[in-house]
Design a protein around this ligand. Structure first.
Ligand code: AVI
Length: 284
């Protein structure tokens, strides 16, 4: 299933809760990297920057970056979730009253147009959260190429390969928040597609796929059964699963060549001490 379906209103709330659980290291690690290197990142963006953020979400890390920028001209948050985008926009506009904020409701994984008359000034994209990891190779190249058409520089968060145990507990946390996030997809299908999934007969599972270098989330059927939804029957064998998300983990060399394929050059990398996560600057 395309993982975008995980994010209905409850799914977005549960994802925000995931970012605060102890086992899920990416958000706090990336926030720490951005906090500690905000000045370097601001220098990279230059004075009078126009900042585009793809998949703005709650925009916490963005506030740290904007706070460090010198006389930024414009912030364009781009997100498909209109409600969350409106909240983020008004919070940022209130905190930075001299900054122009222009939200764009769009799916950044597809082609969309920027407003025709953007102010002059260096244009930088901000793409934190390691969301690039949720795209497959073809989608990642298409996204990076689109970003290359929009801006001349970018700052991007990339989750790095690490021991499998750390990865699996990040995607199957002991508080059960990720399990609730994944299972919410079946509740959504039941509600929106008139489905009949028995929610207690499917379990969340996180798997490491070595070939894809990805953590996968699955919903595993505990029995053999036929589930009807939208007037169609779907047969599950016991143990058969629905693959709901892949979260690819990179090393710097592999990511560097992916970026190059889309016309970018990695110029700087900022990492945490344990080397769990990297924030990279890209030049066109
Ligand atoms: C949004 N994305 C970067 C998260 C990730 O880590 O792949 C989504 C997520 N899925 C389960 N936990 C978090």
């Amino acid at each position: 299933m395309p993982c975008c379906w995980l994010y209905d209103a409850r799914g977005s709330d549960l994802f925000n809760a995931i970012t605060r659980v102890e086992d899920y290291y990416p958000t706090r690690t990336e926030t720490e990297i951005v906090s500690q290197n905000a000045q370097d990142m601001a220098n990279f963006c230059g004075e009078g920057a126009v900042l585009l953020e793809y998949g703005a979400g709650s925009g916490i890390k963005t506030e740290i970056l904007i706070d460090a920028l010198r006389a930024p001209r414009l912030y364009l948050p781009i997100d498909i979730a209109a409600d969350e985008l409106a909240q983020t926009t008004s919070r940022i506009a209130k905190r930075f009253p001299r900054l122009d904020v222009f939200p764009i409701v769009a799916d950044f994984t597809r082609d969309f147009d920027l407003p025709p008359a953007l102010p002059l000034g260096p244009r930088t994209a901000f793409f934190p959260g390691s969301t690039i990891g949720n795209l497959n190779l073809r989608e990642a190249i298409a996204f990076l190429s689109r970003m290359h058409r929009h801006v001349g520089a970018a700052i991007i968060g990339v989750d790095l390969k690490k021991d499998v145990r750390t990865l699996l507990s990040a995607y199957d946390d002991s508080a059960g928040v990720t399990a609730a996030f994944n299972l919410n997809l079946l509740a959504r299908i039941n509600r929106e597609l008139d489905g009949a999934f028995p929610l207690d007969r499917f379990i969340h599972e996180a798997r490491w796929n070595q070939t894809e270098s990805a953590v996968e989330m699955h919903l595993v059927s505990l029995d053999s059964r036929v589930v009807t939804l939208a007037g169609r029957d779907f047969t599950f064998f016991s143990g058969e699963s629905i693959h709901t998300e892949s979260s690819r983990k990179y090393d710097l060399v592999t990511f560097g060549s992916l970026a190059e394929t889309a016309g970018w050059r990695v110029s700087q990398s900022w990492r945490d001490r344990a080397g769990q996560f990297a924030v990279l600057s890209l030049d066109a």
